[in-house]
Design a protein around this ligand. Sequence first.
Ligand code: PLP
Length: 482
Amino acid sequence: MSYPLEPDREQMAGLGQAAVEFVANFIGNLESAPANGLRAGESLDDLMMDAPQDSPSDFDVLLKTFGEAAGNAVETAGPRYAAYIPGGGLFTSALADFLARGVNRYTGLSGLAPGLVAMEESVIRWACDQFRLPAAAGGLVTSGGSLSTLAALVAARHHHLGEDFADGTLYITAHTHHCVAKAARIAGFPGARVRIVPVTDDLRLDVAAAARMISADRALGLRPFFLVASAGTTDTGTVDPITEIAQVTARENLWLHVDGAYGGFFQFTERGRAALAGIDRADSIVVDPHKSLFLPYGTGILLVRDTGLLRGAYFGEGHGHYQQDAAGGQVLPDYSALGPELTREFRGLRLWLPLHLHGVGAFRDALDEKLDLAAHAYADLAADARLQLPWKPDLSTVVFGLAGGDDDANRRFLDRINASGKAFLSSTRIRGRIVLRLCILSHRIHHGHLEQVLDVIHAAAREVPDLSRAAETCGAGGRRLG
Ligand SMILES: *Cc1c(COP(=O)(O)O)cnc(C)c1O
């Protein structure tokens, strides 16, 4: 069969139907799919695909190849995936992408597709309202948290430091996501300008220490300008004391950046709003819909308190002369003037469609469910004397380790859990020691799945005999990692 670059209606319908059926089957099978589908022992030759040929190939054959490649993966979309930061991937968001790409509108400048830019802007405005940002607030839909962070940092640098910024300093903790240090490097700050503020025993930014460091840097003639508060660290889901931090940044005239890439959308829930109190004082907020709104990978949001500061940083050169006919009016923003991208995907619909179709309440309920599940997981694991849980979860991430277990034991513990094929978890290091993480965030994980995951964890803790022996000698039930 041959496929012209412009298939006819019948062909389009056939291709589309096959693709939708593929995805429906794929998602329908997630319930029974192994938590890890990675095929071991394959060489690069086995993995590398054939180069495209001059002659056409059959769609069914290509779809089968795609299916095999997609199957050779950790099941990040599945209900037993609690590693890193899960997202899941909403079918309706994927469908929105198909629609958006089907009409292929240009949304870098609002004048070419004002209707679609308005759709995207309605989501940005709604997100600003969720965080009670003022009327001048606005933002951008980006490809993810890292790019949102970079866009915010450059705006802050431009606003606070101008063009000669070598004396600028920024403040993070050891648990701030590494994308901030990466953004600092891309934005031209040497590593020594990134200050690591100590954390308190409960892993939160030590506000008094931050204030002292800022004063000391100023006394050295440096220009402190940017401080990051985590609204849920990736390591442990811990929320920094944003209200107290905001008092320091206001007094010291620093840009307060809140990293809510993981935890930001818990703002929908009552418990989340309590945990994130003070977030309305932020100069910029990063949230990642591909995490806590369950969207497929590739969608982040940057919100800023004053949209004018984004325009100030990114619109210095103005539009190109060749674009003079396409810029929008006063009502809608030209997104290319607010960030580094010119041509961009129309990302708005992948948010707009699920939010309207399911209703915001569906997302609130799902996030509330994750908080309930995390509280349950914490209580359940804490009741196992073989385990220790040094920190209670603020949000939906539970960290734990073998009581008295060293790094090697905990590494084997994790391998044991993941080898079950019934759960997939990951680990991190806190104060130099390995701990396991159970991050409950996928919209697909429910109570029954969590029970299976917890069973696997208890069994693994029991099954590794030398590990249990280590636990006995070190006093089982200890709540502190040594
Ligand atoms: C995931 C994450 C990031 C980075 O976001 P990407 O979308 O992966 O680029 C930043 N901060 C936190 C807290 C995160 O969890």
